[in-house]
Design a protein around this ligand. Structure first.
Ligand code: SAM
Length: 283
């Protein structure tokens, strides 16, 4: 069992994404016993702390003050204070404040301890039923239509499962633009996870666009999109090597892995086998 919070340590504490029962015992204990809680929104976190009868003082740490606050918090950590960082929901640093402070601590040699817990991306992926062995977390797409479309164009050949966060007022526009990946792509809309109106809608990008042209998007959404089928993707050499490594790790021989990949991609088996031979024994 881990001991009490150590001085001069930053704790990244995950909090529920909608259901207070998802708060871990360890998260409560750490929040109770650190010297200070840095919170994205102190009023929002105040309710959580009240629920768990935690009386630790708070300080705000959000997008608009994080530059000045990062050095202030770093100083306190260097003085030996134990500090917990929380955001409004989920895991700090995942499309949320936390990265700068964590980076600053890493550079200054200050210990950083994660207190794992809810994250909408992982919950949505796990429940999606789409391939979860390899995935790409994309966070929020650019808000401006042109930049969003350009970014989606670059994601078109991506064969790994894609995860996006989206605000309800942008969902329709995003679904419209996701058609760049193909209207037949499988999509899971994970809405209001862990809450009363939790919903996992499964269908294609095209079907979702039609559905939401009638339906007003309400609540919080995480989108999980199937990757491009291997044989439709523009396979770079690097992508073939990644596929080969994955098959070799599963225990296939170089020859069997090359044969399987050739069948899946319509690429010449010999070309893939040459690449397989170039891989080191251990990777
Ligand atoms: N750090 C958080 C995490 O680890 O999940 C994410 C914070 S990000 C600012 C907020 C976005 O997460 C929302 O816009 C939504 O896309 C997604 N999200 C948060 N809670 C959710 C929920 N209960 N159901 C589905 N998506 C959720």
């Amino acid at each position: 069992m881990p001991s009490d919070p150590k001085p001069g340590t930053l704790y990244l504490v995950s909090t529920p994404i909608g259901n207070l029962e998802d708060m871990s015992f360890r998260a409560v204990r750490i929040l109770q016993s650190v010297d200070l809680i840095a919170a994205e929104d102190t009023r929002h976190t105040g309710k959580l702390l009240h629920h768990f009868q935690i009386t630790t003082p708070q300080l705000s740490y959000h997008d608009h003050n994080r530059q000045s606050r990062t050095s202030e918090l770093l100083e306190r950590l260097q003085q030996g204070k134990a500090i917990a960082l929380v955001t409004d929901a989920g895991t700090p640093g995942i499309s949320d404040p936390g990265y700068e402070l964590t980076k600053a601590c890493a550079e200054a040699g200050i210990p950083v301890v994660p207190i794992p817990g809810p994250s909408a991306a992982i919950a949505a992926l796990a429940a999606s039923g789409l391939a979860s062995d390899r995935f790409v977390f994309e966070g929020f797409l650019p808000a401006k239509a042109q930049a969003r479309r350009a970014h989606l164009e670059t994601l078109k050949p991506e064969t790994r499962t894609l995860i996006f966060y989206e605000a309800p007022h942008r969902l329709r526009a995003t679904l419209q633009d996701l058609q760049i990946l193909g209207t037949e792509r499988q999509l899971v809309l994970a809405r209001e996870l862990t809450k009363l109106h939790e919903e996992l809608w499964r269908g294609t990008v095209g079907e979702a666009t039609v559905l939401y042209s009638d339906r007003e998007p309400q609540g919080e959404f995480t989108l999980v999109v199937a990757g491009a089928p291997l044989n439709q993707a523009t396979l770079s050499e690097a992508a073939i090597i990644t596929e080969l490594q994955s098959l070799l790790k599963q225990g296939l021989s170089r020859s069997a892995a090359s044969r399987q990949l050739a069948q899946e991609t319509d690429l010449p088996r010999r070309q893939i086998y040459q690449l397989a031979l170039s891989l080191p024994e251990e990777f």
